[in-house]
Write a protein that binds this ligand. Structure first.
Ligand SMILES: N[C@@H](CCC(=O)N[C@@H](CS)C(=O)NCC(=O)O)C(=O)O
Length: 212
């Protein structure tokens, strides 16, 4: 048996599932990803069998003493960071900002989420960009990317230099930006390219192709 099972939704759509997948992939831990197909009449009943919230993602840590089940993408990432502390920046100030932007992503940007749903391999340039609130969301995300890269990114191409949970949280945004093509600053363009080339993201795409 692997150390972890990560229950996820259909990869082309499940933006919430992509986040802990990216974090788990970055740890190098041994894990299985188990897909529950979304958008089917059977979805809710199937997810409810293993998920207390009725939502994916869900992580099961197969500890010999007692398995631990964790739901919610950010809670799963935090749980992983207990065992893999490098999932957050080491510096306390950088770690605090990484947590703040992760929480902001987790709780916000509803207009962008609604108007620009993740659809991994789709190309819909311009669609959804004029919906109410979308421009404001995109400008704020662009500012987060540019600010983190300039203040904390000296050690590598990710928001805080090397990969951390904040990058996992924004990976679905990179996919959305590729699909819908908003205008971004040069710093954000470069960072989006980094996320799209990340080995965890590539592994997700490869598995998504096999799911289709
Ligand atoms: N806040 C939750 C949101 C999870 C969520 O909304 N998951 C969607 C799939 S991406 C889901 O499970 N939907 C259930 C359904 O479609 O019935 C998290 O961060 O994990």
């Amino acid at each position: 048996m692997t150390d972890f099972t990560l229950h996820i939704g259909t990869r082309i759509w499940s933006s919430w599932s992509l986040r802990p997948f990216m974090a788990l992939a970055a740890t190098g831990a041994d894990f299985d990803a188990v897909v529950t197909p979304l958008r089917s009449p059977a979805t809710k009943a199937a997810i409810t069998r293993f998920s207390p919230s009725g939502l994916v993602p869900v992580l099961v840590d197969h500890r010999p003493e007692e398995p631990v089940t964790v739901w919610d993408s950010l809670a799963i990432c935090e749980y992983l960071a207990e065992s893999f502390p490098d999932l957050w920046p080491r510096d306390a100030a950088a770690r605090a900002i990484a947590r703040a932007v992760s929480a902001e992503m987790h709780a916000g940007f509803r207009s962008m989420r609604m108007a620009m749903p993740m659809d991994l391999f789709a190309a819909r340039p311009g669609e959804g960009l004029d919906a109410e609130g979308v421009e404001t969301d995109i400008q704020r995300i662009d500012a987060i990317f540019a600010d983190c890269r300039s203040r904390f990114g000296a050690g590598g191409p990710y928001l805080f230099g090397r990969f951390c949970i904040a990058d996992a949280m924004f990976a679905p945004v990179a996919s959305r930006f590729r699909t819908y093509g908003p205008t971004l600053s040069d710093a954000s363009e470069a960072y989006v390219a980094t996320l799209l080339a990340d080995p965890g993201f590539k592994a997700w795409e490869e598995a998504a192709l096999k799911e289709m």
